[in-house]
Design a binder for this molecule. Structure first.
Ligand code: HEM
Length: 400
């Protein structure tokens, strides 16, 4: 069993919050006393309830993988029995709260979605209440009050495990973004150092190309060198854009004019690959307020990805429409699509499904959209295509 310490929060704040929660749900000393009275009942019925609890979990296909090992189930049954008995311990103080936070951490660590363990508190209510009612059958009022006390405590427990779950997740996300920021900063410093020598090499090669009476075969080599330098320059540019994003400088511009201009740049490439472009522009989406340079980069990256995904032809549909949340812009291709397992990783830096991608195109897109206070989602089906849909607020969150 796990021996992690509960997520560190200010001790006073934690106690106050737990007390406040008890107060709010009207969980009081009378409830605590009723729960203590239930101890012998729970002791008598715990094994049966625990057995029913786990046989229900084992009947649920999504949960079976967590319970595949009989030794784990045995250990869990003991932990669950201890848990049931602890509901009747009578003191519901900070250390009680800590034990619940720990349970939340364990479930977060094993990757169990909260819907399941929160749902199984309902299962406990279903299993425990009839037993409680039966025990107090000669005093129906007491039966109701004891049932209510137990339900209130279970709901307090649910709040605590959910708190722990989100605290742990936030901590992990923070750690991950700190690590990414450190790696990004390192990459950006290297990119910065590489930029000038690259420009020097490119300049020198261009002079050589013009001034030397080179043989055609040598010319090909020089051109290949220049092409490789251009790739490196793009990578350096992407790295610097990703790691050191510039502040948003928002102004109003014509969205459709920008999209048309960028699509025109890709016309030859699209024609050559037999790609048809459909534009479905909403009447109210003409002018938008955003950073035009950054948005150009976003659209450019998304059009580029769509075209690259349709090597053997297809259709790119660009749609704009106004919604309550803002302006929705989508790029839908009928290309090869992204495998299911990869879709969650496409916004991660350096993850790419292409041979030649820097792995920074979509992370840059996401970063720019989020800096504007918008959001982007990508849906894809292998062999059918990909749709990237962004929603931009009417005015960017970080704009001037
Ligand atoms: C009322 C809801 C639940 C309660 C009160 C509960 C309670 C517990 C407790 C007390 C532990 C031990 C924590 C520790 O090591 O300190 C635990 C661990 C665990 N629980 Fe739950 N649990 C609940 C729901 C579920 C559900 C729905 C599943 C799904 C299969 C599940 C799977 C597990 C697993 C796999 C572990 C880790 C076992 C190990 O040590 O390897 N739990 N749970």
């Amino acid at each position: 069993m796990a021996s992690e310490s509960p997520p560190t929060t200010n001790r006073r704040e934690k106690v106050e919050t737990f007390d406040q929660r008890k107060l709010f749900s009207r969980f009081d000393e009378a409830d605590a006393r009723l729960l203590v009275e239930l101890r012998p009942v729970i002791e008598r019925n715990a094994d049966r309830i625990v057995d029913e609890f786990y046989s229900h979990l084992l009947d649920t296909g999504e949960l079976r993988p967590f319970l595949a090992d009989p030794a784990t189930v045995k250990r869990l049954k003991l932990a669950q029995k201890r848990y049931l008995l602890s509901l009747t311990q009578g003191t519901y103080d900070e250390s009680y709260g800590d034990s619940r936070l720990r349970i939340g951490q364990v479930h977060e660590r094993i990757g169990l979605d909260p819907q399941w363990y929160l749902g199984s508190y309902g299962l406990h209510i279903d299993l425990l209440l009839p037993t409680v009612h039966q025990h107090f059958h000669d005093d129906p009022q007491k039966a109701i009050r004891a049932g209510a006390a137990l339900s209130k405590l279970l709901i307090l427990d649910m709040q605590l495990v959910l708190d722990a779950y989100y605290q742990t997740r936030r901590r992990k996300e923070l750690k991950r973004s700190e690590q990414l920021a450190a790696v990004g900063e390192l990459a950006a410093s290297i990119a910065h150092e590489v930029r000038n020598p690259l420009a020097g090499m490119k300049g020198a090669l261009e002079v050589l190309r013009k001034e030397l009476a080179v043989k055609p075969s040598n010319l090909e080599i020089v051109d290949e060198l220049l092409a490789q330098i251009a790739r490196l320059e793009n990578l350096v540019k992407d790295l610097l854009t990703y790691a050191r994003p510039s502040a948003i400088s928002a102004r109003s511009f014509d969205l459709h004019e920008m999209l048309d201009r960028l699509l025109k740049l890709y016309k030859d490439e699209a024609d050559a690959a037999q790609i048809t472009v459909h534009r479905i522009y909403g009447p109210e989406t003409g002018r938008i307020e955003a950073d035009p340079q950054q948005m150009e980069q976003v659209f450019f990256n998304l059009i580029h990805n769509a075209i690259q995904a349709m090597e053997h032809g297809g259709t790119l549909t660009v749609t704009t429409q106004a919604s309550r949340e803002g302006i929705v812009i989508s790029f839908r291709d009928t290309g090869k699509g992204v495998p299911g397992g990869d879709i969650d990783r496409i916004f991660q830096p350096f993850f790419t499904t292409k041979h030649r991608g820097s792995g920074l195109g979509l992370p840059i897109v996401k970063r720019i959209i989020e800096a504007h206070g918008g959001l982007i989602e990508v849906h894809s089906k292998l062999g059918e295509g990909t749709a990237a849909t962004m929603t931009l607020p009417k005015r960017p969150a970080g704009g001037n």
